[in-house]
Design a binder for this molecule. Structure first.
Ligand SMILES: O=C(O)CCC(=O)C(=O)O
Length: 257
């Protein structure tokens, strides 16, 4: 059980993110690594988990896996995480979606963005994401970079694709978040964040679990149904059929092709 200290609560209120080190038992961090490797090796099957790739064909992400993976389902729906997120949220939280970003060697970075514009399908206003480092994350392998002290939490001016307008990005001060396997990072949907490419020889994998306020609805299944329709995994796409403009919302700042 992780109890938040007053200092941690204050840090969250001032920064919209919170890094908790060494909070998973080594046994759990090891399971997370082997589960991630299992997911990476799963075949592409239409209608099931969703595998996305970047160019040249490199696994970028697996989503919608908790219906198919018992260990990850138990980990993600565990009361401990739910309680922390609910506390940070100020009301009961519910799971919105889950993904693992693989960022394999040579994998691309993510353009500066806030998540809120990508999470509007069901009219919801506020989300918190929990990132769990599967591998160590550092500047060489494309760790997350955030803006400290973004207390006001409004939407910044956007470029046409929904990412943060380049002149705003340049005006912000970015800080890398260095993480060890099993470290947790909670951040809300207004926190500006970005990451660089992985220039190392090893993967930089991280689990991202997003929650919303229960009062804004329990929509996980509907979210994945809608995403599958608008931005299907490669194995479900029809050759030669372009993706709609609406797919952009589901690929905000991502290197997915
Ligand atoms: O995994 C990363 O490097 C960044 C992830 C991110 O910003 C996203 O998936 O929206």
């Amino acid at each position: 059980m992780i109890d938040l200290s007053n200092e941690q609560r204050q840090f969250w209120n001032r920064n919209r993110y919170l890094h908790i080190r060494d909070s998973l038992a080594p046994r759990v961090a090891e399971s997370l690594l082997s589960w991630t490797e299992e997911l990476g090796a799963w075949p592409e099957v239409p209608g099931k988990w969703m595998k996305y790739f970047e160019a040249p064909r490199l696994l970028c992400r697996v989503e919608n896996f908790i219906p198919y993976h018992e260990g990850l389902r138990a980990f993600l729906t565990d009361d401990t995480m739910m309680k922390i997120v609910s506390e940070l949220m100020g009301e009961e939280a519910v799971l919105f979606k889950e993904k693992i970003n693989f960022k394999l060697p040579g994998g691309n970075g993510f353009t500066a963005h806030q998540d809120a514009p990508a999470f509007t399908t069901f009219g919801q206003k506020y989300h918190i994401t929990l990132m769990v480092a599967v591998d160590a994350c550092n500047p060489a392998n494309g760790c997350l970079e955030v803006v400290n002290g973004f207390e006001r939490g409004d939407l910044l001016e956007q470029a046409e694709d929904g990412t943060i307008a380049p002149h705003i990005e340049q005006s912000l001060e970015w800080a890398p978040v260095l993480m060890n396997p099993g470290d947790l990072l909670f951040f809300d949907s207004y926190l500006p964040h970005r990451s660089a490419a992985n220039r190392s020889d090893n993967p930089r994998r991280a689990l991202y679990v997003t929650y919303n306020k229960r009062s804004e609805g329990s929509v996980r299944d509907d979210y994945f149904l809608q995403k599958r329709k608008v931005f299907p995994p490669e194995v479900e796409r029809i050759a030669g059929e372009p993706l709609s403009k609406e797919s952009q919302r589901y690929n905000l700042g991502n290197p997915i092709r």
